[in-house]
Write a protein that binds this ligand. Structure first.
Ligand code: PLP
Length: 475
């Protein structure tokens, strides 16, 4: 390629739009630059423009990408130090030859999460489409189920349409229902407790501890009554709770464990993957999760009997050996082969995602180390190997709104933690003992932008905003 600019950002005029799509997906800017055969800058194409082209009915294989290119918003010349106004800005020499690019992710809104979708997932999706197996049967479903279960050290995977119905399915398969109590932590997304309510059971909310933010074995033991049937530990924000000890308490009291791992793909406790400590573990693959299928979820287990029950319940309650024969009421909770195709692509890249997020968390920790009043990524005990879902920080509760507002003014999304279940009207009646730790964490916690597009410049900008708000507040 006749340019010294990094090739992920550059297409040749004669390339097809497919090349531009794949490069724009992979390079994290949603755009790429188009050059002539002799390296001169012709313009840019963006995913937005490519979508317009598709909607307009163009035959992508017969279209040259130079016919789509538009002039770049801004062009820098070698040595220019001007502030850039686009995410991707070309740098040209005196002959208008592209020699480099400048990336400024701050030129656009910075969301708290963004899926990392590459050409790899895109090709899997085209493959499914061309196979015509776009519903809930197909090779990708089977592969995703077994590969994800094996990734967690389990034998059976039952993919579902999201991580809420997977919790519901798990509770149904274990026979939990009216009259049963299920212990659930106060600091979690509402889907955990909602699933307990769907089966007609009574949730019993317990507080969390201050280090990993999960329920404790002691807290579970204290909440057990003769009606307790199951516990639902949640590994919130990528941080494993005391799952081995909780599983031991559950075993002692003959309780089921349904592990909610929606936010912790790949995390370990005592060297063992989360999702492998329970009767059934549930994961979510919503677009903000560590790996995504758009919407999606999975139940994993080592029990072929439970897996079979879940497969029947997931498929309208229909007997697999006898079509249209129902011995129980079931649901349509299936994942599609299209979602699984994306999931297989994501699973191929999960180690890359986890490493990238870990690096980003370290970058934030470094940038925040001298800012008074902010605690970031609190250390955990040595037997706990958390993953980074969102980079989390604790700030003074009374400064949090000002901080999020200041970030919003700079076009950056900083989100609060979930509200503690115990303070919300829908759930207060399920609190038996106060949950001060959870309430405090939920009122002071923030999630910082955590995606493949966050670079050192954004981290510095966010640190600057935090310093400004928190130091001003301290003065
Ligand atoms: C802890 C927890 N459980 C369950 C869910 C539900 O997953 P989904 O959004 O896929 O239904 C989520 C999703 O955000 C979650 O964070």
């Amino acid at each position: 390629m006749p340019t010294t600019a990094p090739t992920p950002y550059v297409c040749l005029a004669s390339d097809t739009p497919f090349t531009a799509i794949e490069k724009s997906l992979d390079n994290g800017t949603n755009a790429c630059l188009v050059i002539s055969a002799d390296g001169k800058l012709l313009g840019e194409v963006t995913l937005e423009m490519l979508r317009d082209t598709i909607r307009g009915g163009a035959y992508l294989s017969e279209t040259r990408v130079d016919s789509l290119a538009r002039p770049c918003k801004q062009v820098l010349h070698v040595g220019d130090t001007a502030k850039t106004t686009a995410v991707l800005t070309p740098i040209v020499d005196a002959d208008h030859r592209l020699v480099d690019v400048k990336i400024n992710q701050l030129a656009e809104f910075v969301p708290v999460a963004q899926p990392n979708l590459s050409h790899h997932e895109f090709r899997n999706l085209m493959d499914v489409y061309l196979s015509t197996w776009i519903s809930s049967t197909g090779d990708y479903i089977r592969s995703f189920e077994s590969r994800f279960a094996n990734y967690c050290g389990m034998t059976e995977g039952v993919a579902t349409s999201n991580g809420t119905v997977s919790l519901h399915l798990a509770l149904l398969a274990l026979g939990i229902g009216a009259g049963d109590e299920v212990i659930v932590p106060d600091l979690t997304f509402a889907a955990s407790i909602n699933a307990i309510l769907y089966v007609g059971a009574t949730p019993v909310i317990v507080d969390v501890e201050d280090t990993c933010w999960g329920m404790t074995a002691a807290g579970v033991e204290a909440a057990i009554t003769p009606r307790t049937k199951a516990v639902m530990p949640v590994h919130v924000f990528g941080r494993p709770c005391q799952i081995a000890e909780i599983a031991a308490v559950a075993k002692k009291h003959k309780l089921f464990v349904v592990e909610d791992c929606a936010e912790a793909h790949g995390a370990k406790y005592n060297g063992q993957m989360v999702g492998s400590f329970s009767d059934i573990a549930s994961f979510s693959f919503f677009a903000n999760k560590i790996i995504t299928t758009g919407e999606g979820g999975i139940c994993i287990t080592n029990s072929p009997e439970l897996a079979k029950k879940m497969r029947v319940l997931r498929d309208h309650g229909m007997q697999p050996e006898r079509r249209y024969w129902h011995e129980q009421v079931g649901y349509n909770y299936r994942m599609t082969n299209m979602q699984a195709a994306i999931g297989c692509g994501q699973l191929d890249r999960i180690d890359e995602f986890l490493a990238q997020k870990r690096k980003l968390a370290d970058m934030y920790a470094d940038a925040f180390k001298d800012i008074p009043g902010i605690r970031i990524q609190d250390p955990v005990p040595s037997n706990v190997e958390p993953v980074v879902w969102f980079v989390c920080a604790q700030v003074p509760a009374d400064k949090r709104a000002a901080l999020m507002d200041a970030a919003k003014k700079e076009n950056i999304d900083i989100r609060p933690f979930f509200n503690a279940l115990s303070i919300m009207p829908a759930y207060t009646k399920y609190v038996t003992t106060p949950c001060p730790v959870s309430v405090r964490l939920s009122q002071s916690g923030i999630n910082l932008p955590t995606s493949h597009r966050i670079d050192a410049e954004i981290v510095q900008k966010i640190a600057e905003i935090c310093r400004r708000v928190l130091v001003a507040a301290a003065a």
